[in-house]
Write a protein that binds this ligand. Structure first.
Ligand SMILES: Nc1ncnc2c1ncn2[C@@H]1O[C@H](COP(=O)(O)OP(=O)(O)OP(=O)(O)O)[C@@H](O)[C@H]1O
Ligand SMILES: [Mg+2]
Length: 247
């Protein structure tokens, strides 16, 4: 089975940030039950960037949810930063996720009744972090929203809402950031700004980044491009970031 494991593309034996082994997942019930992830094994090095691509329905979002501990596989192992999800109950998994995993969605998932500042600060407060509001304000300023702290999501453009979502995901300083088509609801120019911001944050903080996208040029900006097909890893190839490093 070892041959199925896709090792990290980073040289020098960087520690695994994410190690997924022989993961299977089915969802739905009865006749509607679908075997979505089929014996997936993947290792991602600390600080590595992965572009996850594949046709619609191939299981990209589901695999991302498994990495983030939002879906539990039927079998197999998910280990993030040395912690096996199998050994965590739901509360412990939620706490771990809050500290270590930032998640960005296509449709932003902001809370409409909270300001930008509250959307970022409240999860920090719930996690018991001191100085949550200051931290949130700094994070929002760092994504260019210092003048928009007290705006509600409905008063912000799509690109600004995605910046708030990015600030919220980054505020706990997670080891891993997963993003599911973060530019899918944005026009090309705004999407490019969000992607540039995402890579700038990666360069600054060095977190592991898994980016689901339908845009193969965008995926190419990562260290490695992993293509799913029908719930299996079809191909993995170095992206331009890895090629630049080895040049
Ligand atoms: N709760 C569910 N119950 C049953 N089947 C599901 C469920 N969620 C997803 N699926 C199925 O699992 C498959 C993979 O879905 P997933 O959302 O991971 O695909 P994807 O690669 O992210 O697609 P897209 O590019 O369209 O976002 C699809 O065939 C989908 O219909
Ligand atoms: Mg999807």
């Amino acid at each position: 089975m070892d041959s199925l494991i896709e090792p990290s593309s980073l040289a020098g034996g960087a520690p695994d940030s994410i190690a997924i082994s022989n993961v299977n997942l089915s969802l739905g019930s009865g006749a509607a039950r679908v075997h979505i992830l089929k014996d997936i094994s993947l290792r991602v090095g600390a600080g590595e960037t992965i572009g996850l691509i594949g046709p619609s329905g191939s299981g990209k979002s589901t695999l991302l949810m498994v990495m983030a501990g939002l879906e539990r596989p039927d079998s197999g192992q998910v280990v993030v930063d040395g912690t096996s999800f199998n050994g965590l109950d739901e509360d412990a998994l939620a706490r771990f996720r809050g500290r270590q995993i930032g998640i960005v969605f296509q449709s932003f998932h902001l809370i409409p009744t909270m300001t930008a500042l509250e959307n970022v600060a409240v999860p920090l407060e719930l996690a018991g972090q001191a100085g949550a509001a200051d931290r949130a304000a700094r994070e929002l300023t760092s994504v260019g929203l210092g003048e928009r702290l007290h705006h509600y999501p409905s008063q912000l453009s799509g690109g600004e809402q995605q910046r708030v979502a990015l600030a919220r995901a980054l505020a706990p300083d997670p080891a891993i950031l997963v993003a599911d088509e973060p530019t899918g609801n944005l026009d090309e120019t705004t999407g490019k700004q969000i992607v540039d911001l995402l890579f700038a944050k990666h360069a600054e903080r060095g977190m592991t980044l898994v980016l689901v996208t339908h845009d193969s040029a965008l995926a190419q900006r990562c260290d490695r491009v992993v293509r799913l097909r029908s719930g299996r890893i079809d191909t993995t190839q170095p992206g331009s970031a890895a090629r630049a490093r080895s040049a």
